[in-house]
Design a protein around this ligand. Structure first.
Ligand SMILES: Nc1ncnc2c1ncn2[C@@H]1O[C@H](COP(=O)(O)OP(=O)(O)OP(=O)(O)O)[C@@H](O)[C@H]1O
Ligand SMILES: [Mg+2]
Ligand SMILES: [Zn+2]
Length: 475
């Protein structure tokens, strides 16, 4: 008879071992192994499990009659933008985010909106009592919406309740870490429990056709706590982010089986709940320090939407042996590359300087198109010359120091013009890039050296713009 081996499961990545050890070999974390008895399947010896003969099924071809995944818009436009146009029937979403960022607020608003559109919507809280959820709804002015509410943590009870009455369109489980199922003996919150609970709830969603949203907590380092495995089980992983001190909240899709992953939804946290921000550029530029050296406005693209955002740089002589490089909201290796190009090709010596770069408003940029804006902000801070307040920057910088064209230039220019900017400092336009200049003065830059010379000239002799004008005429 097979002996049931003890099983030690890493609470970080879900890897299982048959003896305890200090470090998880699969993810490298220390002290994350916890003894869990994965009952159910694992503890029943295979010889005792009922034998079942396989059933043959028909294989299909790729072409055939299939409708588009039917979607139900939530009515919260910024949320629909991120999911790809609404909730797909029978799909499961995982929403992660720091404690207190507003996950419950977002979901109670979405359920209320759905319920008002006559879609049966159910909100199950494992963290808060019904009274607490009601209080929040009251504060948000949603108390009258026909949302069905419960404070429950037993997966079996939840599924039994959901199976009664008409099929719900949306079910929110806040949060998956508080759920537990009878099928395994581990404590709630352990990887085995979370995984088994998620499995049962996902099975319910797939068979019933309801859309299921699971809330997941996030650890210090930004991972959805405990089970990375749940991320693989669900159809979409959404992450709700924001700076604690600021009111902006950004929703992005980390994974999405039914839509794009590059769209962001922007919200503002107010006393009346989350307000949708249909035009994020206005928000990100609302607190600009005009005329200070070290700031540049970057005309970026997030998904299909242009977004203007301010990059702030500080370059200061270092007091330490090794200068500091700190960056918030952008890729640190991208910053290192821009610094290396500035040193190697443009004669900008930064080895004796600390460098800080910050993307305003808590936005996180992934585009290489931000290279030129970052470089401009850095040089501007170094020489103490403010950049033109009515200009936007974009362009990718190559290792040779050349400024390369980027995608969707007309959309960037149009957004800049809409927000009152007068000129764009940008790569030379390629021929296929028709679409107009949106009425802006286009200042084409071929190499980073040109840009640096232009900014540096203003730093030394603010009044003498003649040399610079001549350069522009040639360019
Ligand atoms: N009376 C209030 N007025 C304005 N804003 C409030 C008020 N009460 C709470 N908030 C905001 O709502 C946020 C909490 O939102 P919510 O409970 O939705 O977060 P959460 O992500 O679900 O947190 P948790 O991880 O604890 O479940 C607070 O951080 C605060 O910004
Ligand atoms: Mg909550
Ligand atoms: Zn691990």
């Amino acid at each position: 008879m097979a002996k049931v081996l003890p099983s030690f499961v890493c609470q970080n990545c879900g890897a299982a071992y048959n003896r305890w050890q200090g470090k998880c070999e699969s993810c490298g974390e220390w002290n994350t192994l916890v003894e869990e008895n994965a009952a159910g399947a694992a503890s029943v010896p295979s010889s005792l499990r009922p034998k079942r003969k396989g059933r043959a099924f028909t294989l299909e071809s790729l072409t055939g009659d299939t409708q588009d995944a039917p979607r139900t818009p939530s009515g919260v436009a910024e949320l629909d933008r991120v999911t790809g146009g609404g909730f797909v029937r029978g799909s499961v979403l995982l929403l992660g985010g720091d404690p207190g960022i507003g996950k419950s607020t977002l979901l109670i608003q979405a359920t209320a909106r759905m319920a008002r559109l006559k879609h049966r919507s159910i909100y199950i809280s494992g963290e808060e009592a019904v009274a607490q959820v009601r209080l929040r709804a009251e504060r948000l002015g949603l108390a009258k919406s026909p949302v069905e509410l419960a404070a429950e943590t037993s997966v079996e009870d939840i599924i039994a309740t959901l199976s009664q009455g008409p099929r719900p369109v949306l079910v929110v489980i806040d949060s998956i870490q508080t759920m537990w199922t009878d099928t395994v003996d581990s404590a709630p919150g352990t990887v085995t429990q979370v995984r088994a609970s998620a499995q049962a709830l996902i099975r319910y969603a797939k068979t019933s056709g309801a859309t299921l949203i699971l809330v997941g907590h996030v650890t210090k380092d930004g991972q959805i706590a405990g089970p990375r495995v749940v991320e693989h089980m669900v159809d979409a992983v959404l992450s709700f982010e924001g700076e604690g001190s600021q009111q902006f909240r950004i929703l992005r899709a980390v994974k999405n089986r039914f839509g794009p992953t590059d769209e962001i939804g922007v919200f503002e946290m107010t006393g009346l709940g989350l307000r949708e921000v249909p035009n994020p550029s206005e928000l990100f530029l609302s607190e600009r320090d005009l005329g200070t050296p070290g700031t540049a406005v970057f005309a970026g693209i997030e998904g299909t939407r242009p977004v203007l955002v301010e990059l702030q740089a500080l370059v200061a002589p270092t007091a330490l042996g090794t200068p500091r490089r700190a960056v918030v909201g952008w890729d640190p290796s991208r910053l290192s590359m821009v610094l290396a190009v500035l040193e190697a090709h443009c004669g900008v010596k930064l080895s004796g300087h600390d460098v800080y770069l910050n993307v305003a408003g808590g936005l996180r940029i992934n585009e290489p198109a931000a290279d030129m804006a970052a470089a401009a902000a850095l040089v501007s801070s170094l020489v103490g010359a403010p950049l033109p307040a009515d200009g936007v920057f974009f362009g990718e910088v190559s290792l040779s120091g050349a400024v390369r064209p980027v995608a969707q230039m007309p959309a960037r220019l149009k957004e800049a013009a809409k927000l009152g900017f007068k000129r764009a400092i940008m790569p030379e336009q390629t021929r296929g890039d028709g679409g107009g200049d949106a009425g802006l003065v286009l200042n084409a830059v071929g190499s980073l050296t040109e840009l640096v010379a232009e900014i540096a000239a203003k730093g030394k002799k603010p009044r003498d713009n003649e040399a610079q004008l001549r350069r522009q005429d040639r360019g």
